[in-house]
Design a protein around this ligand. Structure first.
Ligand code: NAP
Ligand code: ZN
Length: 346
């Protein structure tokens, strides 16, 4: 299937127009016309090889929403014309304990990413969502509630689920104090979800100008992190802190914010290892954890929750020729709050 998209040809190169072929439909595949694709900071990390060697040419993009145009002979989950979403992975082993538990992102053999990886045949390079068409096995796509703005839905497929999943896993809700570090694509979704779940929510940000936006998205408190004294006075008061910061950062002052049995969950993946003071962890029986996206069942649960609460991402819709500029602005924390590419412009 002829597909038009945008690709990076080498590490750090500007992305440019790129045409390629997607597979013809297998019995359990659906084909979709992509409407929107979000720009996640993970796309930038990988296109710039900040996580180690990548595969080029790379068509990034794992926040995809579009309309089904064709279905394989055995497809039962979707119909032609339906709006569906595709996220960060397109397959997994389907038989390990994680896959059986609906936690395909933690597949023991490794999930198959939406791009920058080989598909399970071991030879086809997966090409992502910065493109006009997509083909996916029906088990790895989800239904999109009809009431939601579709540009704002695309980022839910990664940014949304990546924050929804730890908030649910660590029981964010009424009576809990939750902190969100970084008000970017992931962070602003974490704020919206923590607020909707009833938690008292604080945003920790190095961008003072984001305060009014944070408050209008439901933040109870906004703390500017440039002056560490702003943090110290809050020590030992948080149940849960989610770190979405995309840059290297000292976690120590944030671990100090946790109260007895509190947990700091690392979500941002800048690349360099963190240095942790063991005394800070054992002093209040604190936990340091990690969390990666969410499984297909929870992705559907999150979309249904968004449909009920009318939650979508705040987006800046762009044309394909703005992708390189959008990358630079994202790295500069200058986006409100997710760039989304209009796929008609490929
Ligand atoms: P983003 O939109 O660029 O947001 C990152 C935020 O981090 C910025 O908005 C900024 O917030 C803060 N920040 C950036 N540079 C900073 C600096 N030098 N010092 C302090 N704060 C800084 O990125 P994103 O798409 O949300 O992704 C965030 C991270 O999560 C990335 O590393 C990405 O790869 C990772 N990620 C992980 C998963 C997972 O499953 N765990 C999934 C998707 C993405 P303020 O302006 O408010 O300070
Ligand atoms: Zn992502």
């Amino acid at each position: 299937m002829k597909t038009k998209g945008y690709a990076a040809k080498s590490a750090g190169a500007l992305l440019e127009n790129y045409e390629f072929n997607r597979r013809e439909l297998r019995p359990r595949d659906v084909a979709l016309d992509i409407y929107y694709a979000g720009i996640c900071h993970s796309d930038i990390h990988q296109a710039r090889e900040e996580w180690g060697p990548s595969i080029f040419p790379m068509v990034p993009g794992h926040e995809i929403v579009g309309k089904v145009t064709e279905i394989g002979s055995q497809v039962s989950k979707f119909k032609v014309g339906e709006i569906i979403g595709v996220g960060v992975f397109v397959d997994s082993c389907r038989k390990c304990a994680s896959c059986n538990a609906g936690l395909e992102q933690y597949c023991v053999e490794g999930m198959t990413g939406t791009y920058n990886t080989l598909e399970r045949d071991g030879k086809t390079v997966a090409m992502g969502g910065y493109s006009d068409k997509f083909v996916i096995d029906e088990d790895y796509a989800v239904h999109v509630p009809a009431n939601l703005d579709l540009a704002g839905v695309a980022p839910l497929m990664c940014a949304g689920i990546t924050l929804y999943s730890p908030l649910k896993n660590w029981n964010a809700g009424p009576g809990k104090k939750v902190g969100i570090m970084g008000l970017g694509g992931l962070g602003h979704m974490g704020l919206k979800f923590a607020h909707a779940l009833g938690a008292e929510t604080t945003v920790f940000s190095h961008s003072p100008e984001k305060e009014s936006d944070a408050k209008s998205m439901g933040a109870d408190h906004f703390v500017v992190t440039k002056d560490i004294k702003n943090l110290e006075k809050l020590n030992k008061s948080y149940d849960l802190i989610l770190n979405t910061v995309s840059a290297d950062l000292d976690l120590e002052p944030y671990l100090q914010l946790l109260k007895l049995d509190g947990t700091l969950v690392v979500i941002g993946l800048p690349g360099k290892p963190y240095s942790i003071n063991a005394g800070t962890l054992l002093g209040q029986r604190r936990s340091l954890a990690g969390s990666m996206i969410g499984g297909i069942a929870q992705l559907q649960e999150m979309l249904n929750f968004c449909g009920q609460k009318n939650i979508v991402s705040d987006v800046e819709v762009i044309k394909s020729d703005y992708i390189n500029k959008a990358y630079d602005r994202t790295v500069a924390s200058d986006v409100k709050y997710r760039f989304v590419i209009d796929a008609k412009t490929f």
